[in-house]
Write a protein that binds this ligand. Sequence first.
Ligand code: MEV
Length: 309
Amino acid sequence: MNAISASAPGKVILLGEHAVVYGKPAVALAIDRRIKCTLSPAAETTVNGRSYDPSKHPYLDHMINLFSRPVRIETEGSVPPGSGLGSSAALSVSFLKALNGVMGNDIDNERLANDAFITEYTVQGRASPLDTSASTHGMGIVVNGPEDSGEHLWDISKNESKWSVRDIRIPEMTLVVGYTGIHAATGPLVEKVRRYKDKCGFAKDVINDIGNLTIEGIGALKKNDIVRLGNLMTQDHRSLSILGVSCNELNKLVNASLEYSYGAKLTGAGGGGSMIALTDRPEKVCEAISLHGGTPFIVRTGVDGARKE
Ligand code: MEV
């Protein structure tokens, strides 16, 4: 077996995180930050030159068990773990793409997205296929959107939940990410929302509101109405804050960005991680984010999904 490499992109979520776990619509865009995974034969399993410790690598652990031989794993990339930018999805997708190469299988994207979703679901205890499908397909995807939101890619189901995944064309726009530097694991945040939703009708209403504003956002994307889209992103941030998944650091970065943006919101699971701002004044937004303790960067969207390297 020769060394085989594959890479996959991180993502930002424009609208709909958390609510998508309960079948509501969501929109995610792949970004120009990737994780590359290289697998090669070895006498014992190692990860980046160190002997393999399953407790340190929960996502890898699930996937390594699919392969019965020891393997040397090298990962590199520019998606910080726990940043809300889809690092675990990019790792799962790139690892599984490389692993299938090692096993001589030519895996298609539908199967890859499904297998990577099962990895996230197993490790996190609950998940939607939003991140893993965005990382697999690249470009932009909408989950559980209206039929006319874009070309149908695949359906993914788990227990009673079903998600249909479509490609979505997005207008030219500039997004600035503000990273809080706070590492936030997705599983506990998803679990926090589940508990709130199961106990409280108000939380269910907020989840429905997120679903409705996401549908409206998909319409705004179609009409190229960036002003409305920005507005809806800010509303989404408020709804996510009510669900308890924002934090002071994220709120500070969102508020600081709003002066120079059409809209801003946390992206991903929250609790730290990152926010995004939709803007035509990216330098001003970057300055505001830095001034308020975040690390800003402009992201490019419209990038490739999973690929062999
Ligand atoms: C995390 O990036 C997105 C969440 O909606 C979880 C998921 O969809 O699996 C919070």
